[in-house]
Design a protein. Structure first.
Length: 122
């Protein structure tokens, strides 16, 4: 298993947990959130949209990728856009602006490492 897969699974788990917490708001069930999830899951199943396949982490449980993708999609286009930026950042291709730090806060060990340099030895 690669480091990227571990980070990706952790990111997805947190996103799914945060999504599920939205089902119950202000002491009652959120009909809007449940509706968004139903539509998101249906559309992903109908269109065959599997986030995990797209990022190179196919799931072994049939339909799990489609259903979990529907839960993620139910959060909306802005969430998916931001989430994909984080995934790309985890891959090392793009450093999302929300993860970048000012040069003076970079630990001395990391100073001089440029974007795109690998710090993990293969």
């Amino acid at each position: 298993m690669s480091f990227f897969k571990l980070i990706l699974v952790a990111m997805v788990a947190e996103a799914l947990w945060e999504t599920s917490k939205m089902f119950w708001q202000n002491g009652k069930l959120s009909v809007d959130r449940i509706g968004a999830v139903i539509f998101g899951v249906f559309l992903c199943l109908a269109a065959g949209v599997d986030f995990f396949e797209l990022v190179g982490l196919p799931l072994t449980v049939p339909f799990a990728g489609l259903i979990l993708s529907g839960l993620l999609v139910s959060r909306g286009a802005n969430f998916i856009h931001d989430f994909l930026k984080l995934v790309e950042g985890a891959k090392g291709n793009v450093a999302p602006s929300s993860l970048q730090r000012a040069p003076e806060t970079i630990p001395p060990l990391m100073q001089g490492v440029k974007k795109g340099d690998s710090i993990i030895q293969k």
